[in-house]
Ligand binder design. Structure first.
Ligand SMILES: C[S@@+](CC[C@H](N)C(=O)[O-])C[C@H]1O[C@@H](n2cnc3c(N)ncnc32)[C@H](O)[C@@H]1O
Length: 420
Protein backbone atom coordinates (compact mmCIF):
# COMPACT_ATOMS: atom_id res chain seq x y z
CA UNK A 1 0.00 0.00 0.00
CA UNK A 2 1.31 3.40 -0.88
CA UNK A 3 0.50 6.55 0.99
CA UNK A 4 1.38 9.74 -0.71
CA UNK A 5 2.26 12.30 1.92
CA UNK A 6 2.34 16.03 1.79
CA UNK A 7 3.90 18.17 4.46
CA UNK A 8 2.33 21.51 3.74
CA UNK A 9 -0.66 22.20 5.89
CA UNK A 10 -0.89 18.66 7.09
CA UNK A 11 -2.96 18.16 10.19
CA UNK A 12 -1.32 17.23 13.43
CA UNK A 13 -1.13 13.51 13.96
CA UNK A 14 -2.57 11.62 16.84
CA UNK A 15 0.61 11.92 18.84
CA UNK A 16 -0.32 15.33 20.21
CA UNK A 17 1.71 18.51 20.05
CA UNK A 18 2.61 20.01 23.37
CA UNK A 19 3.76 23.57 23.49
CA UNK A 20 7.49 23.08 23.62
CA UNK A 21 10.20 25.65 23.87
CA UNK A 22 11.34 25.08 20.35
CA UNK A 23 10.37 27.35 17.54
CA UNK A 24 9.24 25.64 14.39
CA UNK A 25 11.30 26.70 11.44
CA UNK A 26 11.60 25.42 7.93
CA UNK A 27 14.49 23.09 7.37
CA UNK A 28 17.20 25.21 5.75
CA UNK A 29 18.20 22.35 3.49
CA UNK A 30 14.67 22.25 2.12
CA UNK A 31 14.50 25.94 1.38
CA UNK A 32 14.62 27.17 -2.16
CA UNK A 33 18.13 28.19 -3.00
CA UNK A 34 19.71 25.82 -0.51
CA UNK A 35 22.55 23.79 -1.95
CA UNK A 36 21.27 20.78 -3.81
CA UNK A 37 21.55 17.65 -1.73
CA UNK A 38 23.79 14.90 -2.97
CA UNK A 39 22.13 11.80 -4.19
CA UNK A 40 23.84 8.61 -3.23
CA UNK A 41 24.76 7.75 -6.80
CA UNK A 42 26.17 11.22 -7.38
CA UNK A 43 28.28 10.90 -4.32
CA UNK A 44 29.78 7.64 -5.42
CA UNK A 45 30.36 8.89 -8.94
CA UNK A 46 33.98 9.62 -8.36
CA UNK A 47 34.80 6.04 -7.55
CA UNK A 48 31.99 3.97 -8.96
CA UNK A 49 29.79 4.23 -12.00
CA UNK A 50 26.08 4.18 -11.23
CA UNK A 51 25.03 0.57 -10.96
CA UNK A 52 22.72 -0.81 -13.61
CA UNK A 53 19.76 -2.88 -12.65
CA UNK A 54 16.05 -3.21 -12.68
CA UNK A 55 13.93 -0.41 -11.41
CA UNK A 56 11.17 -1.42 -9.08
CA UNK A 57 7.83 0.28 -9.07
CA UNK A 58 7.10 2.40 -6.04
CA UNK A 59 4.80 -0.17 -4.58
CA UNK A 60 7.01 -3.14 -5.23
CA UNK A 61 7.64 -5.25 -2.18
CA UNK A 62 11.16 -5.33 -0.88
CA UNK A 63 13.17 -7.68 -2.91
CA UNK A 64 16.06 -8.70 -0.76
CA UNK A 65 19.49 -7.31 -0.53
CA UNK A 66 20.67 -3.78 -0.71
CA UNK A 67 22.93 -3.02 -3.61
CA UNK A 68 26.59 -3.75 -3.15
CA UNK A 69 28.31 -5.65 -0.40
CA UNK A 70 26.97 -5.18 3.11
CA UNK A 71 28.01 -1.90 4.70
CA UNK A 72 30.77 -1.46 2.22
CA UNK A 73 33.12 1.35 3.13
CA UNK A 74 31.92 4.71 2.02
CA UNK A 75 33.88 5.67 -1.09
CA UNK A 76 36.84 7.92 -0.57
CA UNK A 77 36.13 11.59 -0.52
CA UNK A 78 36.17 12.98 -4.04
CA UNK A 79 39.01 15.35 -4.79
CA UNK A 80 38.23 18.83 -3.73
CA UNK A 81 35.61 18.02 -1.18
CA UNK A 82 36.12 18.51 2.49
CA UNK A 83 37.62 15.47 4.09
CA UNK A 84 36.13 14.51 7.38
CA UNK A 85 37.92 12.45 9.92
CA UNK A 86 36.28 9.54 11.60
CA UNK A 87 36.08 10.46 15.20
CA UNK A 88 33.58 7.96 16.51
CA UNK A 89 34.27 5.92 19.57
CA UNK A 90 35.26 2.59 18.07
CA UNK A 91 35.36 0.72 21.33
CA UNK A 92 32.28 2.05 23.02
CA UNK A 93 30.31 2.20 19.81
CA UNK A 94 31.41 -0.63 17.58
CA UNK A 95 28.50 0.12 15.31
CA UNK A 96 30.89 2.44 13.57
CA UNK A 97 33.74 0.02 13.63
CA UNK A 98 33.30 -0.72 9.98
CA UNK A 99 33.52 2.89 8.99
CA UNK A 100 36.81 3.72 7.37
CA UNK A 101 39.18 5.48 9.68
CA UNK A 102 40.52 7.82 7.05
CA UNK A 103 37.66 9.63 5.52
CA UNK A 104 33.96 9.23 5.49
CA UNK A 105 32.07 10.94 2.80
CA UNK A 106 28.66 11.80 4.12
CA UNK A 107 26.12 11.44 1.39
CA UNK A 108 22.95 13.34 1.73
CA UNK A 109 20.42 11.11 0.14
CA UNK A 110 17.25 12.92 -0.67
CA UNK A 111 15.02 9.97 -1.23
CA UNK A 112 14.17 10.11 -4.90
CA UNK A 113 10.51 10.10 -5.72
CA UNK A 114 11.19 7.71 -8.55
CA UNK A 115 12.29 4.38 -7.15
CA UNK A 116 15.90 3.60 -7.89
CA UNK A 117 16.30 0.18 -6.41
CA UNK A 118 19.26 -1.36 -8.11
CA UNK A 119 21.02 -4.70 -8.21
CA UNK A 120 17.93 -6.39 -6.92
CA UNK A 121 17.88 -10.05 -7.81
CA UNK A 122 14.54 -11.06 -9.22
CA UNK A 123 14.87 -14.79 -9.82
CA UNK A 124 14.34 -17.28 -7.01
CA UNK A 125 17.89 -18.63 -7.30
CA UNK A 126 19.26 -15.12 -7.10
CA UNK A 127 17.00 -14.42 -4.23
CA UNK A 128 18.17 -17.48 -2.34
CA UNK A 129 21.79 -16.51 -2.90
CA UNK A 130 21.08 -12.98 -1.83
CA UNK A 131 19.30 -14.16 1.28
CA UNK A 132 22.17 -16.42 2.16
CA UNK A 133 24.67 -13.61 1.91
CA UNK A 134 22.42 -11.30 3.85
CA UNK A 135 21.72 -13.91 6.48
CA UNK A 136 24.86 -13.23 8.43
CA UNK A 137 23.87 -10.71 11.00
CA UNK A 138 25.59 -7.42 10.48
CA UNK A 139 28.30 -7.52 13.15
CA UNK A 140 28.17 -3.79 13.42
CA UNK A 141 24.52 -4.06 14.32
CA UNK A 142 25.06 -6.98 16.60
CA UNK A 143 27.41 -4.89 18.65
CA UNK A 144 25.71 -1.63 18.08
CA UNK A 145 24.33 -1.18 21.55
CA UNK A 146 26.48 0.84 23.83
CA UNK A 147 27.81 -1.69 26.31
CA UNK A 148 27.93 1.00 28.93
CA UNK A 149 24.16 1.18 28.74
CA UNK A 150 22.80 -2.30 28.64
CA UNK A 151 19.50 -0.95 29.90
CA UNK A 152 18.99 0.43 26.43
CA UNK A 153 19.62 -2.91 24.87
CA UNK A 154 16.20 -4.49 25.22
CA UNK A 155 14.65 -1.60 23.42
CA UNK A 156 16.96 -1.43 20.45
CA UNK A 157 15.58 -4.19 18.34
CA UNK A 158 18.89 -4.66 16.70
CA UNK A 159 20.26 -8.12 16.18
CA UNK A 160 22.34 -9.42 19.02
CA UNK A 161 24.97 -12.09 19.07
CA UNK A 162 22.52 -14.24 20.99
CA UNK A 163 20.02 -13.94 18.22
CA UNK A 164 22.44 -15.49 15.79
CA UNK A 165 22.23 -15.18 12.07
CA UNK A 166 18.86 -15.03 10.47
CA UNK A 167 18.53 -18.29 8.59
CA UNK A 168 15.59 -19.34 6.48
CA UNK A 169 14.02 -20.99 9.53
CA UNK A 170 14.34 -17.83 11.56
CA UNK A 171 12.66 -15.66 9.03
CA UNK A 172 9.32 -14.64 10.41
CA UNK A 173 6.22 -14.76 8.36
CA UNK A 174 4.29 -11.51 8.04
CA UNK A 175 1.64 -13.08 10.27
CA UNK A 176 4.09 -12.98 13.15
CA UNK A 177 4.01 -9.22 13.15
CA UNK A 178 0.26 -9.05 13.27
CA UNK A 179 -0.72 -6.46 15.82
CA UNK A 180 -1.48 -8.34 19.04
CA UNK A 181 -5.12 -7.72 20.06
CA UNK A 182 -4.10 -6.45 23.49
CA UNK A 183 -2.04 -3.67 21.85
CA UNK A 184 -4.60 -2.71 19.24
CA UNK A 185 -6.13 0.12 21.23
CA UNK A 186 -2.75 1.67 22.02
CA UNK A 187 -1.72 1.35 18.39
CA UNK A 188 -4.92 3.02 17.23
CA UNK A 189 -4.38 5.85 19.73
CA UNK A 190 -0.79 6.43 18.68
CA UNK A 191 -1.09 5.95 14.93
CA UNK A 192 -4.70 6.94 14.30
CA UNK A 193 -5.59 6.60 10.65
CA UNK A 194 -1.94 5.83 9.85
CA UNK A 195 -2.18 2.43 11.51
CA UNK A 196 -2.07 0.59 8.20
CA UNK A 197 1.14 2.41 7.33
CA UNK A 198 2.63 1.42 10.68
CA UNK A 199 1.61 -2.17 9.96
CA UNK A 200 3.38 -2.03 6.60
CA UNK A 201 6.55 -0.81 8.30
CA UNK A 202 6.26 -3.50 10.98
CA UNK A 203 6.12 -6.08 8.25
CA UNK A 204 9.18 -4.64 6.52
CA UNK A 205 11.16 -4.71 9.74
CA UNK A 206 10.15 -8.27 10.48
CA UNK A 207 10.89 -9.57 7.02
CA UNK A 208 13.59 -7.65 5.15
CA UNK A 209 14.84 -6.04 8.33
CA UNK A 210 15.56 -9.48 9.75
CA UNK A 211 16.93 -10.93 6.52
CA UNK A 212 19.33 -8.02 6.20
CA UNK A 213 20.44 -8.37 9.79
CA UNK A 214 19.05 -5.04 10.95
CA UNK A 215 16.65 -6.54 13.42
CA UNK A 216 17.22 -9.64 15.48
CA UNK A 217 14.98 -12.55 14.46
CA UNK A 218 13.61 -12.78 17.98
CA UNK A 219 12.38 -9.22 17.76
CA UNK A 220 9.89 -9.93 15.02
CA UNK A 221 7.01 -11.04 17.24
CA UNK A 222 7.53 -8.09 19.59
CA UNK A 223 8.03 -5.33 17.08
CA UNK A 224 4.86 -3.55 18.10
CA UNK A 225 5.39 -3.85 21.78
CA UNK A 226 9.05 -2.96 22.04
CA UNK A 227 9.69 -0.80 19.05
CA UNK A 228 6.79 0.80 17.23
CA UNK A 229 4.61 1.80 20.17
CA UNK A 230 7.29 3.27 22.38
CA UNK A 231 8.83 5.18 19.49
CA UNK A 232 5.39 6.49 18.49
CA UNK A 233 4.78 7.60 22.08
CA UNK A 234 7.67 10.06 21.71
CA UNK A 235 5.51 12.03 19.28
CA UNK A 236 3.72 13.73 22.16
CA UNK A 237 6.95 15.59 22.94
CA UNK A 238 7.27 17.02 19.43
CA UNK A 239 5.60 20.29 18.43
CA UNK A 240 3.38 20.57 15.40
CA UNK A 241 5.11 20.99 12.03
CA UNK A 242 8.54 20.52 13.58
CA UNK A 243 11.60 19.56 11.60
CA UNK A 244 13.01 16.42 13.16
CA UNK A 245 16.49 14.96 12.74
CA UNK A 246 16.85 11.38 13.91
CA UNK A 247 20.45 10.55 14.75
CA UNK A 248 21.57 6.93 14.39
CA UNK A 249 18.30 5.78 12.84
CA UNK A 250 19.44 2.21 12.23
CA UNK A 251 16.41 0.59 10.64
CA UNK A 252 14.31 3.73 11.20
CA UNK A 253 13.74 3.85 14.95
CA UNK A 254 12.40 6.21 16.06
CA UNK A 255 12.56 8.58 13.05
CA UNK A 256 10.52 6.58 10.59
CA UNK A 257 7.93 5.69 13.20
CA UNK A 258 7.51 9.37 14.02
CA UNK A 259 7.09 10.21 10.35
CA UNK A 260 4.41 7.55 10.12
CA UNK A 261 2.56 8.72 13.22
CA UNK A 262 2.86 12.42 12.46
CA UNK A 263 2.32 13.53 8.87
CA UNK A 264 2.93 17.14 9.91
CA UNK A 265 6.62 16.47 10.64
CA UNK A 266 9.54 16.78 8.26
CA UNK A 267 12.04 14.09 9.18
CA UNK A 268 15.67 13.50 8.25
CA UNK A 269 17.16 10.12 9.12
CA UNK A 270 20.88 10.40 9.88
CA UNK A 271 22.78 7.14 9.69
CA UNK A 272 26.38 6.46 8.65
CA UNK A 273 26.23 2.81 7.68
CA UNK A 274 25.48 1.85 4.10
CA UNK A 275 23.45 -1.26 4.70
CA UNK A 276 21.12 0.65 6.95
CA UNK A 277 20.75 3.67 4.70
CA UNK A 278 19.93 1.34 1.80
CA UNK A 279 17.17 -0.18 3.86
CA UNK A 280 15.96 3.24 4.99
CA UNK A 281 15.79 4.61 1.46
CA UNK A 282 13.82 1.62 0.27
CA UNK A 283 11.53 1.72 3.29
CA UNK A 284 10.77 5.40 2.72
CA UNK A 285 9.94 4.69 -0.89
CA UNK A 286 7.89 1.62 -0.09
CA UNK A 287 5.84 3.50 2.49
CA UNK A 288 5.28 6.46 0.18
CA UNK A 289 6.94 8.92 2.54
CA UNK A 290 9.40 10.46 0.10
CA UNK A 291 7.97 13.96 0.44
CA UNK A 292 8.43 14.21 4.18
CA UNK A 293 11.39 11.96 4.93
CA UNK A 294 14.94 12.07 3.64
CA UNK A 295 18.01 10.11 4.47
CA UNK A 296 21.44 11.53 5.25
CA UNK A 297 24.26 9.06 5.10
CA UNK A 298 26.91 10.20 7.53
CA UNK A 299 27.57 10.82 11.18
CA UNK A 300 25.84 13.42 13.28
CA UNK A 301 28.90 15.66 13.36
CA UNK A 302 29.17 15.54 9.59
CA UNK A 303 25.51 16.45 9.26
CA UNK A 304 26.01 19.42 11.57
CA UNK A 305 29.17 20.59 9.83
CA UNK A 306 27.85 20.36 6.29
CA UNK A 307 30.19 20.01 3.37
CA UNK A 308 30.87 21.45 -0.03
CA UNK A 309 27.76 19.72 -1.30
CA UNK A 310 25.40 19.82 1.64
CA UNK A 311 24.31 22.65 3.88
CA UNK A 312 24.69 22.04 7.61
CA UNK A 313 21.58 20.33 8.91
CA UNK A 314 19.56 21.57 11.85
CA UNK A 315 16.17 20.79 13.28
CA UNK A 316 13.71 21.87 15.92
CA UNK A 317 13.92 18.45 17.49
CA UNK A 318 16.72 15.90 17.36
CA UNK A 319 15.73 12.37 18.34
CA UNK A 320 17.84 9.33 19.14
CA UNK A 321 17.38 5.87 20.57
CA UNK A 322 20.10 3.49 21.73
CA UNK A 323 22.89 5.50 20.12
CA UNK A 324 25.16 6.67 22.97
CA UNK A 325 25.16 7.76 26.61
CA UNK A 326 23.84 11.22 27.28
CA UNK A 327 27.12 13.14 27.33
CA UNK A 328 28.22 11.81 23.97
CA UNK A 329 24.73 12.09 22.59
CA UNK A 330 24.59 15.74 23.59
CA UNK A 331 27.95 16.38 21.95
CA UNK A 332 26.71 14.86 18.70
CA UNK A 333 23.14 16.11 18.73
CA UNK A 334 23.06 19.59 20.28
CA UNK A 335 24.95 21.14 17.32
CA UNK A 336 22.08 19.87 15.17
CA UNK A 337 19.38 21.53 17.30
CA UNK A 338 18.25 25.06 16.53
CA UNK A 339 18.77 27.36 19.54
CA UNK A 340 15.76 26.84 21.79
CA UNK A 341 15.04 23.46 20.21
CA UNK A 342 15.41 20.16 21.97
CA UNK A 343 17.18 16.84 21.98
CA UNK A 344 14.62 14.11 22.76
CA UNK A 345 16.36 10.82 23.52
CA UNK A 346 14.46 7.63 24.19
CA UNK A 347 16.09 5.95 27.16
CA UNK A 348 15.51 3.03 29.45
CA UNK A 349 15.43 2.64 33.19
CA UNK A 350 18.82 4.34 33.49
CA UNK A 351 17.49 7.75 32.43
CA UNK A 352 17.62 9.43 35.85
CA UNK A 353 21.11 8.06 36.52
CA UNK A 354 22.31 9.32 33.18
CA UNK A 355 20.97 12.77 33.94
CA UNK A 356 22.74 12.82 37.28
CA UNK A 357 25.97 11.61 35.72
CA UNK A 358 26.06 13.82 32.65
CA UNK A 359 24.20 17.05 33.49
CA UNK A 360 27.47 18.96 33.85
CA UNK A 361 28.83 17.75 30.54
CA UNK A 362 25.54 18.68 28.90
CA UNK A 363 25.75 22.20 30.37
CA UNK A 364 29.28 22.59 28.99
CA UNK A 365 27.89 21.71 25.58
CA UNK A 366 25.29 24.46 25.77
CA UNK A 367 22.39 22.32 26.95
CA UNK A 368 19.95 23.17 29.71
CA UNK A 369 19.21 20.94 32.65
CA UNK A 370 18.18 17.54 31.21
CA UNK A 371 14.64 16.54 32.08
CA UNK A 372 13.14 13.08 32.23
CA UNK A 373 9.62 12.69 30.82
CA UNK A 374 7.35 9.72 30.50
CA UNK A 375 5.43 9.39 27.26
CA UNK A 376 2.33 7.39 26.48
CA UNK A 377 1.09 7.35 30.06
CA UNK A 378 -2.21 5.51 30.13
CA UNK A 379 -1.62 4.29 26.59
CA UNK A 380 1.35 1.92 26.75
CA UNK A 381 2.63 -0.02 29.71
CA UNK A 382 5.23 0.80 30.76
CA UNK A 383 5.28 4.32 29.33
CA UNK A 384 8.33 5.31 27.28
CA UNK A 385 11.02 7.34 29.05
CA UNK A 386 12.77 10.20 27.31
CA UNK A 387 15.51 12.59 28.33
CA UNK A 388 15.08 16.07 26.92
CA UNK A 389 17.72 18.76 26.66
CA UNK A 390 17.02 22.27 25.40
CA UNK A 391 19.84 23.86 23.43
CA UNK A 392 20.19 27.02 25.47
CA UNK A 393 23.53 28.26 24.21
CA UNK A 394 25.56 27.83 21.09
CA UNK A 395 28.96 26.53 22.09
CA UNK A 396 31.89 26.41 19.70
CA UNK A 397 33.73 23.17 19.04
CA UNK A 398 36.23 22.14 21.68
CA UNK A 399 39.78 22.98 20.74
CA UNK A 400 41.88 19.99 19.82
CA UNK A 401 44.50 19.09 22.45
CA UNK A 402 47.43 19.53 20.10
CA UNK A 403 46.26 22.93 18.97
CA UNK A 404 45.75 24.02 22.56
CA UNK A 405 49.25 22.82 23.45
CA UNK A 406 50.76 24.70 20.53
CA UNK A 407 49.00 27.89 21.48
CA UNK A 408 50.08 27.54 25.11
CA UNK A 409 53.66 27.06 23.95
CA UNK A 410 53.34 30.13 21.78
CA UNK A 411 52.09 32.27 24.63
CA UNK A 412 54.81 31.18 27.03
CA UNK A 413 57.81 31.23 24.82
CA UNK A 414 56.79 33.57 22.09
CA UNK A 415 58.46 32.96 18.74
CA UNK A 416 60.57 29.86 18.70
CA UNK A 417 59.50 29.00 22.24
CA UNK A 418 58.83 25.43 21.23
CA UNK A 419 62.47 24.93 20.30
CA UNK A 420 63.80 25.61 23.68
C1 LIG B 1 22.26 0.49 18.43
S1 LIG B 1 21.91 1.23 16.89
C2 LIG B 1 20.31 1.92 17.22
C3 LIG B 1 19.51 2.08 15.96
C4 LIG B 1 18.11 2.65 16.17
N1 LIG B 1 18.16 4.00 16.69
C5 LIG B 1 17.30 1.77 17.08
O1 LIG B 1 16.90 2.20 18.14
O2 LIG B 1 17.05 0.60 16.71
C6 LIG B 1 22.96 2.68 16.92
C7 LIG B 1 22.98 3.37 15.57
O3 LIG B 1 23.64 4.61 15.70
C8 LIG B 1 24.47 4.80 14.57
N2 LIG B 1 25.53 5.74 14.97
C9 LIG B 1 26.59 5.50 15.78
N3 LIG B 1 27.34 6.61 15.92
C10 LIG B 1 26.76 7.58 15.18
C11 LIG B 1 27.07 8.95 14.91
N4 LIG B 1 28.16 9.54 15.42
N5 LIG B 1 26.23 9.66 14.12
C12 LIG B 1 25.12 9.07 13.60
N6 LIG B 1 24.79 7.77 13.82
C13 LIG B 1 25.60 7.04 14.59
C14 LIG B 1 24.94 3.42 14.22
O4 LIG B 1 25.38 3.31 12.89
C15 LIG B 1 23.70 2.59 14.51
O5 LIG B 1 22.89 2.44 13.38
Amino acid sequence: MTHDETTAGAASGPGGTPSGPSPVRPDPAAEPGAPAPLFSDRTTDAATPPPAGPTAPADAPFSGTPSGPPDEPVPATPAGSVETTFSGPPTADPALGDAPTGSVDPAFVDVPTEPTVVDVPTGSADRAAADASAAAVDPAVADGVDPAHPADEPATGVATAADGPAGPDDRPSPAEVTLPPELAEAARTLFGDRLDLAAAYAELLATDGVVRGLIGPREAPRIWERHLLNCAAMAERIPENATVLDVGSGAGLPGLVLAIARPDLTVTLIEPLARRTSFLIEAVQHLGLTKMVRVFRGRADEAAAGSRDTAPLSGDIVTARAVAPLDRLAAWCLPLVVPGGRLVALKGASAADEVAEHAEAVARLGGGQPEVHRCGVGVIEPPATVIEVVRERVVGPARKKAAAKRSRGGRRGGRGGRDR
